[in-house]
Design a protein around this ligand. Structure first.
Ligand code: HEC
Length: 156
């Protein structure tokens, strides 16, 4: 993709995102019952949740932080990924989101990432939400900059 085209694409995505309000969770209604019930293959193997989350933190930093912030707290009009909705979503819901995105609302699909990395992102989203809810045993979550207590509970 030429620089010009990618700049144009970036501008389109940015302006689309700025025109939108906060995420409304409409993507959740598109997840089939079978996808909702899927569980992470990483947890069936020797890969622990903490190790998976640590891998996901790296992918998040590379691919997601530009829109959701390095701490996942949201940037500009892009929503926080730390919320009741994300916390209450199943692993299968979040994996579906990684595969499909919400392109009509400015969230790209991540199907081009290897499946292992998409499941790692799911584990990391869990860790971020768990860290926000209280002290977490996950080392990956502990290395994530935490929001200050005073900012917690505000518009989430
Ligand atoms: C180009 C900007 C952009 C990038 C890059 C991006 N997102 Fe998003 N993301 C969005 C937008 C915009 C939404 C809101 C979609 C909506 O309104 O439902 C969103 C929604 C989400 C949600 C659901 C939030 C909710 O409350 O429903 C999660 C989880 C999420 N993104 C995770 C990620 C992850 C993980 C990555 C990296 C693999 C990523 N995003 C990369 C723009 C982006």
């Amino acid at each position: 993709m030429s620089l010009r085209r990618s700049l144009g694409l970036t501008c389109t995505i940015l302006s689309a995102a700025f025109l939108m309000g906060a995420a409304d969770g409409s993507w959740l209604h598109r997840v089939s019952t079978a996808d909702h019930a899927r569980s992470s293959p990483l947890l069936a193997t020797s890969e622990s949740r903490g190790k998976a989350a640590a891998g996901g933190a790296q992918v998040f930093h590379n691919e997601c932080a530009k829109c959701h912030g390095d701490d996942g707290g949201g940037l500009h009009n892009r929503p926080s990924v730390i919320s009741d909705r994300v916390n209450n979503a199943s692993d299968g819901d979040l994996f579906w989101l990684m595969n499909n995105g919400v392109p009509w609302r400015g969230m790209p699909p991540w199907i081009s990432l290897p499946p292992g990395e998409r499941w790692q992102l799911v584990a990391y989203l869990r860790a971020l939400n768990a860290a926000d809810a209280g002290p977490s045993p996950l080392s990956a979550a502990a290395s994530v900059p935490r929001s200050t207590p005073s900012s917690q509970g505000v518009s989430r």
